[in-house]
Design a protein. Structure first.
Length: 743
């Protein structure tokens, strides 16, 4: 069975496209071969900046012969129908076979196809792959019509086995396949022919090309670490940059250079970002001072002077870049030390969203939310407000304009320069967090408040203008923001309902256009939400709004605004619940358990909700939990049937004096004991204790159902037992809605 080697040799392929391109080449070619009947033992794709390579092992020498029986039209069908069938089958009428079937005589065609040589199939598949390759961007060159990411120079395509190798003949817009390729652009010896993959890889290495991108990355990393270690330094790990640099060179040569003393005082993150983004350099840190003191660059060739000239050129360009960074840093420091008011003022001219106003308006909302939430974290509201007002000030700085990825981090540095408390700088850095599932959440109280305020405002704002995520589209990262709120609350063990906060945020945004000069008065009214139910707060806010509305205003509009805000807030709470379900499923908690807890009061307290769900999930995994669930469902089903039949609700009146059986009396006692334990447990939200109390009911309920007939002939006894089942139902439902838990 022969092996196939393909190489598509071109000008330099962008590093970011190489991995995907090698995977696409493998998929397109192997799928095409298999579809044509050529199976194989294994395949692997590799890439360098100038080539995509695919090696396929154990390929069939030719596709197998096939036979296909195809059912045609009925005998006696119109000639056009029969002729169409014959064209599709590639046969003549005399080759058809008539067969009797339950539906009458039918024409059948037996289509036999001879196997084809592998080379013929490979040529077709590879040409189709090249002409239809899914590059993100491609170009034409010269006078041809072929499109490729960069000009394609040659195609290597050979089949090899023990007897030798042969070229698979192929021509794509004048580029003829062969058995030769080139090595390194500068250090190679010119074109050379190959006979197999092993021969190909070995000759490439002899011509200064490392074919495997992982081998190039490993070589770069080891050489860089060793060079840094020799001088008592360490490389700042950056796996993304390592992968990119490995895609820029075919023969990596690691060189280490110095950073001028003028630039070492710059923040390490500024140095690292500037070198990574502009020059693709690795940063080298002094572990004793935590400063970036050197850099590592990777050349694509060896030189007679061991890279001295290359390093000098790189340093010259780098120092020009760092001079810009230093200029930005020093200018920004001067603005920060003067209070940074120009930055804050400039945000008045930056649009956050055309329906939501400016960044300055948004920051003012975030500050109001953080100040209002301050008592939750037992911090000074004024400090929380100050941190929120500062959190996005660095968006106007020159450094962040040049390097947007440094936003937040520069805010921390500039807060120190402006003389703000350390908590203000920390909030600027951390209020974006968490940025992903593996990112840490803020833990310091001020940072927690500002981060929550920023995310609540973001969600409320876009819900208020009906810009919600749809399907896979989420341009404003609202799902990430909701999950961020959930993680911050849970990981910091913050309890309390979020519906008042959500309503407060939505109400502020909805009222801004209606009562521009009195919006703060309106928002203050929502503080009482926690003490009122949703209907009461709607009326209370509407009445208070009317008192503040000047003559000539629409007096019905305040009530409409209050009602709209509540509807939006409840809709947004459902979105939080959906995100929480995803989060808890990842924690191994079943969807029905989550639904059982969501159906309970205070379901806007996400920490309480998770504690309840965690305790219930653990309880249901035990024998007591599983059996008690079955006992509850049995009691509930019997009760539901009796209530439907009798047209009454059995919800009170069970009396132990009507108990006839010992198990019945024992169940009364067990329910009394369980209720006594459950009440304080639920009041203190000790769900583990509540589940323990529930577990004590398992045995007496089982015994009761074993010994007692519910539907007694004595109507008094029957009603008493049905009311006893109602007590079971009430006690179980006080912990979670077990109706939603699957049996």
């Amino acid at each position: 069975m022969p092996d196939l080697l393909i190489e598509l040799f071109s000008e330099e392929i962008p590093a970011r496209m190489q991995t995907r391109a090698s995977e696409d080449l493998k998929k397109l070619v192997t799928d095409g071969l298999v579809e044509a009947g050529l199976t194989y033992a294994g395949a692997h794709a590799l890439s360098t900046p100038r080539r995509l390579t695919l090696a396929i092992d154990g390929l069939l020498a030719q596709s197998p012969d096939t036979k296909e029986e195809r059912k045609g039209p009925k005998v006696g069908a119109p000639d056009k129908a029969i002729e169409g069938f014959l064209r599709g089958a590639g046969l003549t009428r005399d080759q058809l076979v008539e067969r009797d079937t339950p539906k009458g005589a039918i024409y059948f065609a037996l289509i036999e196809k001879k196997g084809r040589p592998a080379a013929d199939i490979i040529a077709e598949v590879l040409e189709n792959t090249i002409r239809n390759f899914p590059w993100p961007k491609s170009m034409r060159w010269g006078s041809g019509n072929l499109k490729w990411v960069r000009p394609l120079h040659s195609i290597l395509c050979i089949l090899s086995d023990e007897a030798g190798s042969e070229i698979v003949p192929l021509d794509v817009d004048g580029i003829t396949s062969g058995n030769s390729t080139e090595g390194h652009r500068f250090m190679g010896t010119g074109r050379f022919s190959v006979t197999s993959f092993d021969d190909y890889e070995a000759k490439l290495k002899a011509n200064k090309v490392v074919l495997n991108p992982q081998d190039r990355a490993d070589h770069i990393w080891e050489d860089a670490k060793n060079a840094a270690f020799a001088q008592g330094l360490e490389i700042v790990e950056d796996m993304g940059l390592l992968k990119e640099v490995a895609g820029l060179v075919e023969w990596p040569v690691v060189l280490m250079g110095d950073i001028a003393d003028d630039f070492i005082a710059l923040p390490p993150e500024v140095l690292q970002t500037s070198m990574r983004e502009h020059q693709k350099f690795f940063s080298v840190r002094n572990p004793k001072t935590d400063r970036i003191e050197k850099f590592v660059t990777v050349a694509n060739r060896e030189t007679a002077d061991n890279g001295v000239t290359i390093l000098a050129g790189n340093q010259k360009v780098l120092f020009a870049r760092l001079a810009d960074a230093k200029f930005f840093w020093e200018n920004d420091l001067r603005v920060a030390e003067a209070g940074a008011q120009p930055w804050l003022d400039s945000l008045e001219n930056v649009t956050f969203h055309n329906k939501l106003g400016t960044q300055a308006a948004r920051i003012e909302r975030i500050a109001a939310i953080a100040s209002w939430l301050a008592p939750i974290a037992d911090v000074d509201p004024e400090l929380a407000r100050k941190a929120a007002l500062w959190c996005k000030a660095d968006l106007s700085s020159e450094m962040v304009y040049e390097f947007p990825e440094l936003q937040g981090l520069m805010g921390k540095y500039y807060a120190t320069a402006a003389g703000h408390p350390v908590e203000v700088g920390a909030a600027a850095l951390e209020h974006y967090s968490p940025l992903g599932p593996n990112d840490a959440v803020p833990s310091e109280p001020i940072s927690v408040l500002v981060s929550l305020a920023e995310k609540f405002d973001l969600l409320a704002a876009f819900w208020a203008i009906s810009e919600k995520p749809t399907g896979s589209k989420d341009p404003f990262a609202l799902r990430r923001a909701a999950l961020g709120v959930i993680r911050i609350l849970l990981e910091n063990k913050i309890s309390g309902g979020i519906l008042p906060i959500v309503y407060w945020c939505v109400a502020k945004i909805k009222s801004e256009r209606f009562m521009e000069d009195r919006k703060d008065e309106f928002v203050t009214l929502a503080v009482n939400l926690a003490k009122l139910n949703k209907d009461e707060v709607t009326l209370a806010v509407a009445d208070a709004l009317r008192e503040n509305v000047g003559n000539g205003q629409d007096l019905d509009r305040p009530k409409e605004i209050a009602h709209e805000a509540m509807v939006i807030a409840e809709n947004l709470l459902s979105f939080f619940h959906d995100r929480l379900k995803v989060y808890l499923k990842d924690q191994g908690i079943r969807h029905d358990v989550i639904d059982a807890c969501l159906a309970m009061p205070k379901n806007d307290d996400l920490t309480l909700l998770v504690n309840r769900a965690t305790a219930l999930a653990a309880f249901l995994k035990t024998d007591d939990g599983e059996n008690l669930l079955q006992g509850f469902k049995r009691a509930n089903n019997i009760l539901a049937q009796a209530e439907e039949k009798d047209g009454v609700e059995y919800s009170y009146g069970a009396d132990v004096k009507f108990a006839e059986d010992d198990t019945e009396k024992a169940l009364f006692a067990a329910l009394d004991t369980a209720e006594t334990a459950l009440k304080p447990a639920m009041e203190t939200e000790d769900f583990a204790a509540a589940m323990t109390a529930m577990a004590s009911l398992r045995a007496p309920i089982d015994a009761f159902f074993e010994a007692v007939q519910i539907n007694s002939d004595n109507e008094i006894i029957r009603r008493n037992r049905l009311n006893l089942l109602s007590r079971i139902r009430q006690i179980c439902l006080s912990v979670a809605d077990l109706n939603k838990v699957e049996g």
